[in-house]
Design a protein around this ligand. Structure first.
Ligand code: AR6
Length: 344
């Protein structure tokens, strides 16, 4: 997946490059910088000494020594001073400079911590916003998988207002669904199963039509099965390609907006009967800016439905209902609520 948010210790990431939130001396320090130097071993400091420091907003690259990655990219974030001294621009520049270096070295996978959001005091929700926006803009033009690595729950926050809005939206829907008694759920399940069975075997009048000799009945059943199979609806992949065409989008525009990588998209394109996961379908619904009704239709093509028993579904619904189709913002919110992200 091109942009993923994960909870981990960045020194454990098996990627081509990890990014270090360093200081301008590049000679080590506390926070993630301290962790990286400890895990890489003293030869990292030896190499850093040769670099002559680094200015705020810029980046330099070294080997990774004992770390499981190939490179460490050292960047120096701004110290937060109430946002009055161009901190945002400098932080954007850290991400851009680091990604440019990673690309120059042919890295396909890169992991970032939330730069400046610790000792340098950048408010965490704003630091995350800058990271997500800058990385996702880069990924619209480049093929790379980028991880934002969040160390612990407290170091990850989306805006308070967004969180409480989503929470309210979930409470209104999720709670209803889960307040049902066991008996009521069973009743609904049975009703659904009966509807499914009726749909599968044919409507009641058709059933009565079938009062014929057993062998004729079998022949007719076989024939209708053939007919039914021959009359398959448009598949998920056919529908997806049609919708991309109707919107005048290129494939790349679509899979990038869906946070889906090129290889995964090629598989879908090449296989008419491709069976996607639900999160993949939702990712495309977002990329195609589908309404809730259209989203339901696309989900149905793959055998799914939006469910108020799923927090993730309600969160996606929240964004679609508001016409917010930014997959990266949606993923930030999903992550904040401990749900799997959309995309591959
Ligand atoms: N893995 C992932 N994230 C981590 C880890 C880890 N192992 N450890 C901390 N974080 P900070 P800054 C998170 O303070 O604000 C150093 O002394 C942490 O929770 O490391 O840019 C440098 O030498 C926070 O969200 O970096 C500089 O002097 C984020 O990483 C100064 O700190 C960044 O926190 C740089 O300060």
């Amino acid at each position: 997946m091109p942009l993923e948010i994960v909870r981990n210790d960045i020194t454990k990431m098996k990627v081509d490059a990890i990014v270090n939130a360093a200081n301008s001396s590049l000679l080590g320090g506390g926070g993630v910088d301290g962790c990286i130097h400890r895990a890489a071993g003293p030869r990292l400091l030896d190499e850093c000494r040769l670099l002559g420091g680094c200015r705020t907003g810029e980046a330099k690259i070294t080997g990774a020594y004992n770390l499981p990655c190939k490179y460490v990219i050292h960047t120096v974030g701004p110290v937060w001073r109430e946002g009055l001294y161009g901190e945002r621009e400098k932080l954007v520049s850290c991400y851009r400079a680091s990604l440019a270096l990673a690309e120059e070295r042919g890295c396909e996978t890169v992991a970032f911590p939330l730069i400046s959001s610790g000792i340098y005091g950048y408010p965490k929700d704003q630091a995350l916003r800058v990271a997500v926006e800058t990385i996702s803009a880069f990924l619209l033009e480049h093929d790379m998988t980028v991880y934002i690595v969040v160390f612990d729950r407290n170091s990850y926050q989306i805006g308070k207002k967004l969180r409480s809005d989503i929470q309210e939206y979930i409470d209104d829907r999720y709670a209803d669904e889960h307040a049902d008694s066991e008996g009521e759920r069973l009743r609904r399940f049975n009703a659904g199963a009966l509807r499914g069975a009726a749909h599968f075997y044919g409507a009641p009048e058709r059933v009565s039509e079938c009062r014929v000799m057993p062998e004729r009945k079998a022949a007719r059943a076989a024939q209708s099965l053939d007919d039914a199979v021959g009359e398959l609806d448009e598949s998920f992949s056919e529908a997806l390609l049609r919708m991309i065409g109707e919107r005048g989008m290129t494939d790349a525009q679509c899979y990038k907006r869906a946070n889906i990588d090129r290889k995964h998209f090629s598989k879908i394109r090449g296989d008419k009967a491709y069976q996607p996961g639900k999160r993949t379908v939702l990712a495309f619904a977002v990329a195609l800016r589908l309404s809730l009704r259209e989203t339901e239709e696309l989900l149905r093509k793959a055998g799914f439905a939006l469910s108020h028993s799923s927090k993730a579904d309600i969160i996606v619904e929240y964004f679609i209902a508001r016409g917010n189709y930014n997959i990266f913002e949606i993923n930030e919110a999903l992550f904040a609520f401990d749900q799997n992200l959309l995309g591959a």
